[in-house]
Design a protein around this ligand. Sequence first.
Ligand code: FAD
Ligand code: DHB
Length: 400
Amino acid sequence: MTRERTQVGIVGAGPAGLLLSHLLALAGIDSVVVESRSRAYCEARQRAGLLEEGTVRLLRAAGLAGRLDREGLEHGGIYLQFSGERHHLDFRDLVGRAVTIYAQTEIVKDLIAERTSAGAALHFDVSGTEVADLGTDRPLLRYTDASGNRHEVGCDVIAGCDGFHGICRPAMPDGLLTVAERAYPYAWLGILADVPPSTDELIYCRHPNGFALHSMRSPEVSRLYLQVPPDEDIEDWPDDRIWAELRHRLEVPGWELEEGPILEKSVTPMRSFVAAPMRSGRLFLAGDAAHIVPPTGAKGLNLALADVSVLAAALIALVRDSRSELADAYSETCQNRVWRATHFSWWMTSMLHVTPGGDEMPDRNEMEAQLQLSQLRYVTTSRAAATTLAENYCGYPPLC
Ligand code: FAD
Ligand code: DHB
């Protein structure tokens, strides 16, 4: 076993772990990042695509926005569609803010390129990750590298940025965590398609057959989603069926959905999950390791990066200046934003998705449908309601 030393041990090279490593490096703090997947896998994994203005500012302030500023697509609003009508919500007019389309894959590529060129300790393809001695001042991070060598890294602090299925949250002391959780009776089938988007801004659509979303990755590549049952087999969705269903749900008079080759397709389950506190002694959790939201509000990635901006400041004060106030406040500071995003994501999800099970309770579905349509009419006719949606969608509280 090789014994090493670092200031911050980071588990996970997703957006949270990579950004944390970079922000710490800017303050002269060294870290070791371990990641169980390969670099190629991390750079190709299709996930989120929409950044709040505060997230863009955070990346810009960290010197990471060169390509984002060139290639990101700034959107001043979204479309909400229901009952065959498409309504525009103008965020610039409502709250003076905008959002940016720039894929999580691209953020991860930018961060890995930066970390690699800075000579950071960033280890892919590791196995057997363990964290130990968490109640002491010298927690340990152990892993086996890609060549089969076992390492033990003595750290001042460990950051669990290892996503929902990671090892750090389960390593918290028994009985410490309070967990709030909700599963939803649907999933999203997402596709990446080699065709220019058929819209200038995102379309969120409620349809009696279920939710649909038209997003994009670039002026050449579209990203689209369909609500499907939670246990849906992707094999049941040949490309023709996907396009036919997207055309049907997104249809409005005088508008056409352009089709093209499907490059990738997958089914994502949906859940809300919040664990607190996000810290135990010298172990801190950030991003999906501590909380998950359903994707309808486009919050998961933004929340993960917001956690990290708070955590980086707290760890810099703790490790460099031996000041613990920010570390002590970390969990509560993050939870305020996390619960706002959890509520907003649940609200958007509930307003736009169709609950299955109408056969057993037909009146429930009629009630649900009318409540959803009433809410959708409200946010598309009342400036106060539209402002609430816009303020949350653009990020609340604003990050910077
Ligand atoms: P992750 O990106 O999950 O990174 C965690 C990393 O830790 C991973 O690379 C993992 O391999 C690594 N890891 C785990 N265990 C270990 C271990 N034991 N040792 C070493 N490394 C480990 N959000 C949206 O806003 N919109 C979307 O459309 C959207 N789609 C999504 C689709 C899917 C399939 C998923 C899973 C999430 C999606 N999200 C979406 C959420 C968003 O992508 C996440 O919120 C974001 O990735 C969180 O970043 P993170 O760094 O906290 O976690
Ligand atoms: C995307 C995903 C979302 O969940 C969302 O609300 C908006 C955009 C996307 O992948 O582009």
